[in-house]
Design a protein around this ligand. Sequence first.
Ligand code: ATP
Ligand code: MG
Length: 355
Amino acid sequence: MTTAVPASAPVLTPAERRSAELEQQLNRDPGRFRVLTGDRPTGRLHLGHYFGTLRNRVRLQDLGVDVFVLIADYQVLTDRDTADRLQEYTDGLLLDYLALGIDPARSTVFTHSAVPALNQLLLPFLSLVSVAELGRNPTVKDEIAHSRQSAVSGLMYTYPAHQAADILFCKGDVVPVGQDQLPHVELTRTIARRFNERYGQVFPEPAALLSAAPLLLGTDGGKMSKSRGNSVPLGATADETARLIKGATTDADRHITYDPEHRPGVSSLVLLAALCLERDPHEVAAEIGDGGSAALKRTVTEAVNAHLAPVRARRAEYAADLTYVRSVLREGNERANAVAERTLGEVREAMGTFR
Ligand code: ATP
Ligand code: MG
């Protein structure tokens, strides 16, 4: 028997297909899975993080999946000389996680620099990939184009293999991420497969879990990024949010439509409002109609501020107790260390050569 596919069905990429299958399995048997995902402490978390990955993390935690969240401090140095304001940005990430509902009793938040055994996996993993494979990673190429360094460091080319260590040290099999991370998850799958083939089965082959907004655009029309001055931070005030959205790039056509391919700037704003309002983006666009970008931006600002108001209130409460907030990281680091040492032990045993 064949299954009829409607002519209009979108063609899914292999990663999108895997993500959709994973979503079904997660709902059936959440206890079987472990999530690893994270963020670089390079600035304030923004709406792209929220709709691209953060909401998925909290949803999975609440479903009963074991969630590990990495504050990727060593990877700050991929595209800059020094890790400035690291404590401030790390505190900010912790505040956002807690305000959004990451529960330290159920989820583990940790940093690279506090978990040596995780970093030690990088050496065997690097031996499993070729220089050519590292060099053709499209996300790395994009990040080099936006880098603030005059020379490209070795860390820039190798951090995707480091990211494989991030995911595999805890045997993560679900990686809720934005679209920019897909090449890295692909490399992680390759590393896991090659390690298992060469030394015996140790690692799962993880898959990316994509959201409805895998690539939210920033106010300049490029990928919304912490480091590119084009983001709307989750912890911004309502006024700051209004000012940032007012400055967003749109186009000359007054009639508002949802057409991501031909009108990326306008459509990203429409999508943002729709996600906050839990409505269909085409309907939101039709309602604004001939109101132009001023009306669109008003709608988006109100929707974002209303949606984030409770999160921002909780964030302010946690900000008043930084001692507690930092203790969450200390405990997470302890848990992550125990897991990393166990995995490193298995790796040494499988490889049979090193002590
Ligand atoms: P930086 O500019 O410093 O690299 P960033 O905004 O790209 O910061 P990361 O810490 O690199 O943020 O990414 C953290 C996670 O958020 C990743 O899973 C990434 O895919 C996701 N993410 C980042 N930006 C977006 C976006 N604009 N839309 C959807 N997901 C995003
Ligand atoms: Mg990034």
